[in-house]
Every structure is written in C-alpha cells, then in structure tokens.
Design a protein around this ligand. Structure first.
Ligand code: SF4
Length: 535
C-alpha cells in the first residue's frame, strides 16, 4: 500500500498568498506516522505534487488544506483525474471541519479526516483496506472520519484531541529534501505544543448561537470548569477556532522536540520555528496537571521548562554556531515579564516574535472577544522584549463582529502608542468567519465605520513603512529563491522579503547571500547583492 501526503496548506487557489517560506507541522506529522507504521510513504509540497507524473503508483492520497485553500484542492483533484488516479482520496487539515461542504462539493473525495489526525490515522493504518471496502460497519471503528454513502454524509464520531503523551511519541517526517523545493530556504514549523490555553468566551447575549447566561464558568479558577459552557459557546477568542479544533494546550516532551529538530537539520533545514498558538504555554500544562490548561494568563510562564527546552536546542552545534536559526512563533502578552523577556533574549536575540492584541479596546477584548489580554499587557511586552533584543510584531483585526466607533478609535490610538515603542511591524488582518468559532455565523462587516477603517489602515501603513526605513543601509543575510526571472531573499533572522537586484542568472536558489538594503516598500525591502556566502 503506497501513501502520498500532499502539503497544500495556505496555497489558496494554487499559489501562496502569504509567508511563502512557511512549512507547517501538520503534513509532516501525518507522513511521519504513516512512515513509522511501515508503509511506503512520500510527502510532497503542492508545487512538487503538480510536477509529479506518476500518480497511479499511489493507493491513498491524503491532502492537507485550510478553509481558504479549496481552489487548490480543485486543482489537485483535476490533476489526479487527469493522471487516472484510481485510489482513495482523503482530505484533512483545518478545512476538515467543513466536511459537509467538502463531501458535497467534491464528489472525488472519499473521506475527510476531521480534526487532529493521530488517533483516526492509527485506526486506518491497522487495516487500510477498510477504506477501499467502504463497509459502514467497519468504517464506524475509525473515529472522526466523514464520508458519503449514496446521498447522505456520515461522521463516525466527534473529533478527538490527541493526548500529550501521544504527541511526544510521534516522529514527524523530516526527509525534507524530497518534499520541498528550496528546502534550505524554508522555515520548518516544529510543534512544541498543541492547543490553546484560552477557554474564556465572548460573553454576548441576544444573538443566534451567542446566549451567555453570565454563569462565569469560563472564568472559573477551576481549570476543569472552564471546559464546558452551558450556553454551548465555543471556547476561546470569538474569531479563533484553535481551542475548539485542538483543545487545551498540551506540551510535547523536550526529547521529542529536540530529536525532530536534529533530524531536520541533518536533512538540510536552516530555519526552525518553535510552533505553538502561544510559545509561553510551553510546560505550563505540567504545572496544573492533571487539570487541563485553560487559563491563558495564570499560572505564570514555566521559566524552567522553557529554559531547559531552549538550552537543549541551543546545545546542538549548528544552532550554537548560528548556521541554524531558531524562532518562536506567537506569545501571549499577559505572560511576559522581565524574567521571561530576558530568558527569550538569552536565546532568541535578533529574531521576531508575534503578539496578538486584536483591538486596543480592553473591554471589547475581554467581554466581546473573550480574550483577557489588554493593550497595557502588549505595550509592556513590546517594551520588555525589544529591551532584551527581540523584534516584536503585533497583530490587529478589523471588521470583527460588534466592533464600534470606540473600538476603532481605541485601536488607532494604540497603534500610535506602539509606534513609539520597539514594535517592528503591525499586521492588520481582515476578520474572516471560521467554523468552530463563537462568531461562526457572523460575517465580516465595517458598515458605518468605513472612515475609521481607512484611518486605521493608513496609520498602520505609515508605522510599517517608517519602521522598515530602519533597514536602509543595513546588510542582511538572506536565502535566495529564483522565481519568474527574479530573486527573492528570505532573511535568515526572518522579516520582510527582500527583492534582490544585482544577480540575474538562475542557479543561486537555496544559496545564502549578503545583501545591502537600499529601499523599502509597504510589504518588502529592496536590496543589492554584495556576496554569495554559501551554496
Ligand atoms: S460564555 Fe458560557 S461559560 Fe462563559 S459566562 Fe457565558 S454562559 Fe458561562
């Protein structure tokens, strides 16, 4: 039985719309589990999949996508049909929660694996023939599997949150040379923990699906009581599906993380992102065990666990000598104090770190979003992190349900305050409704606030361009990628993509180069090649 896993995450309608150098953890985990179970396995990025001619050799193709990647899924299905693929097609990833839509709209899909893949996959791998036989009785033994039988769609069980011990026992796929073009350029996301510690909810009444009874269970000091809302409001920030899809935060063991990083480096990885909805949740779950970690701000950061994890990663020789760069992804501002910022600075100086604020209106964040993180937390975190040598990026969102003039005005004021501090970039997202969230039924809307939204966009634009001017005259080390006759440079320490001038002939993709920045754009930098350091 031959398996092909296709990483089509964030490919939208066939090409990446943002973060071209990101390789998510999910498809590597799925491919790793299948490979470890002894099956003939291959993981291909969407781009390499589209170049693969010999698709009839595979028995089962598994595609990982997000909700926004349905255009890419269509292209994958077309290609499979063109190549006469007769095997089983399974779709997974964050889009799997829309299994009804997927199975209704794409008749070629055989199954959707809903939510986290480890437990359903384990059942499938015991006897993959079940997928071909399509006997409902046998299929019912595989949890969280959706399929179509005649005109009806079935789901064998609710999705399952993989226990922490299992997360630590997995060996994700690390053979990146066969899976990704320009494998040295990418930032490989290594999952250090799964799930989110915020189980507060939007405390809203009088809206379909949002009927908070003010029982305050989601603010209870008892972590377990926060799990269930009597009004059935999904947990976490109203716009975010992570707690519903992935459950409370669970950390992987240090050994399993370090082992995975070692293998990735052995196979050519040069940039590793320690991936987590909040890196500072790492090991906090161990402090409240056996209760689940459902409070985003208490207990405080587990400094010892993080120090030990980063210490062991920085003991690896290529990390210690700077050949491989390590980053953290997101952190929650309420967990940052001077000790935490100093610890992060000790290992991660010069790298970026992302902080979610969403709006500058504290009341809105707490009661409408269900996010007990305020602008004062973020201002303090930005100050401390930049003092210790990190480069903070802050996230905001516009068009959220229930935003009003006050929310927009407070947010604009906060952007101005942040601009005078050490923030390097403010990322302003447009709200998109997602399944599995409290706001799942509410569309994006800015009616009546168009003037404030455009003011907010202008302020953010000005801050970002001004901050980027800091790069002019600086020399940066970048990894080169050649595409459509141009070179793009991905900074070793992360940051805006550099459009590289001064090298025209192909052949330098994957090379490390030194460039000097001479101009900035709203999203990118312009740089001249000074030297090719290493190929
Ligand atoms: S959101 Fe749910 S758990 Fe929280 S206070 Fe309201 S009803 Fe209670």
């Amino acid at each position: 039985m031959r398996f092909l896993v296709v990483d089509a995450l964030a490919r939208a309608s066939g090409s990446r719309y943002t973060s071209f150098d990101v390789v998510g953890a999910g498809p590597r985990i799925v491919a790793g589990i299948i490979h470890e179970a002894g099956y003939d396995t291959k993981l291909l990025s969407y781009e390499l999949f589209m170049k693969e001619s010999n698709l009839e050799q595979y028995d089962i193709v598994m595609v990982s996508i997000m909700s926004s990647d349905k255009g890419t899924l269509k292209r994958i299905i077309n290609k499979l049909e063109e190549k006469n693929f007769k095997g089983i097609l399974i779709v997974g990833g964050p889009a799997s929660f829309e299994y009804n839509v997927l199975l209704q709209e794409y008749s070629r899909i055989d199954y959707v694996m809903v939510g986290e893949g480890e437990i359903p996959l384990e059942s499938i791998l015991k006897n993959p023939q079940i997928l071909f036989d399509k006997d409902p009785k046998q299929l019912s033994n595989i949890p969280a599997l959706a399929y179509r039988n005649e005109d009806t769609i079935y789901l064998t069980s609710q999705h399952i949150h993989t226990p922490a011990e299992k997360l630590s026992s997995i060996r994700p796929w690390t053979n990146i040379r066969v899976s990704y073009e320009n494998y040295r350029v990418h930032r490989y996301y290594v999952e250090v923990l799964r799930g989110c510690s915020n189980y507060q909810r939007p405390m809203i009444t009088g809206y379909p699906g949002l009927n908070c009874t003010r029982c305050f269970l989601c603010k209870s000091p008892d972590m377990e009581k926060r799990l269930v809302c009597p009004a059935n409001i999904p947990p976490g920030c109203g716009f975010c599906s992570v707690p519903y899809m992935f459950g409370p935060a669970r950390s992987r063991s240090i050994d399993s993380i370090v082992e995975e990083i070692k293998e990735l480096i052995k196979n050519g990885a040069r940039r590793i992102v320690l991936s987590a909805p909040d890196f500072l949740d790492y090991g906090r779950d161990w402090l409240v065990k056996p209760k689940p970690l459902t409070n985003p701000c208490d207990p405080p950061t587990n400094i010892e666990a993080i120090d030990q994890l980063l210490g062991e990663i920085y003991d690896l020789s290529s990390v210690k000598n700077g050949i491989v760069r390590v980053f953290v992804e997101n952190i929650k501002a309420c967990l940052v104090d001077d000790k935490v910022a100093s610890l992060l600075g000790k290992y991660l100086k010069g790298t970026t770190v992302h902080i979610g604020l969403e709006t500058g209106d504290n009341w809105f964040n707490e009661y409408v979003l269900g996010k007990p993180i305020f602008k004062e937390h973020v201002i303090r975190a930005v100050k401390l992190l930049s003092k210790h040598g990190l480069r903070p990026y802050v996230y905001l969102i516009y068009g959220l349900p229930f935003m009003n003039r006050k929310t927009y005005l407070e947010t604009i004021k906060t952007v101005k305050e942040l601009s005078s501090l050490g923030v390097e970039k403010i990322t302003l997202y447009k709200y998109v409704k997602l399944p599995g969230t409290a706001f799942r039924n509410i569309d994006f809307g800015i009616e009546g606030f168009e003037d404030l939204v455009s003011k907010l966009k202008n302020v953010v634009y000005r801050v970002n361009v001004n901050k980027k001017k800091f790069f002019i005259g600086k020399k940066l080390r970048v990894y080169l990628v050649y595409s459509n006759g141009k070179y793009y440079g991905y900074p070793v320490d992360h940051g805006p993509v550099v459009f590289v001038k001064g090298v025209n002939k192909p052949g330098y993709s994957n090379c490390l180069a030194l460039v000097e920045i001479y101009d900035v754009g709203p999203r990118n930098l312009w740089g001249r090649l000074i030297d090719i350091i290493e190929c």
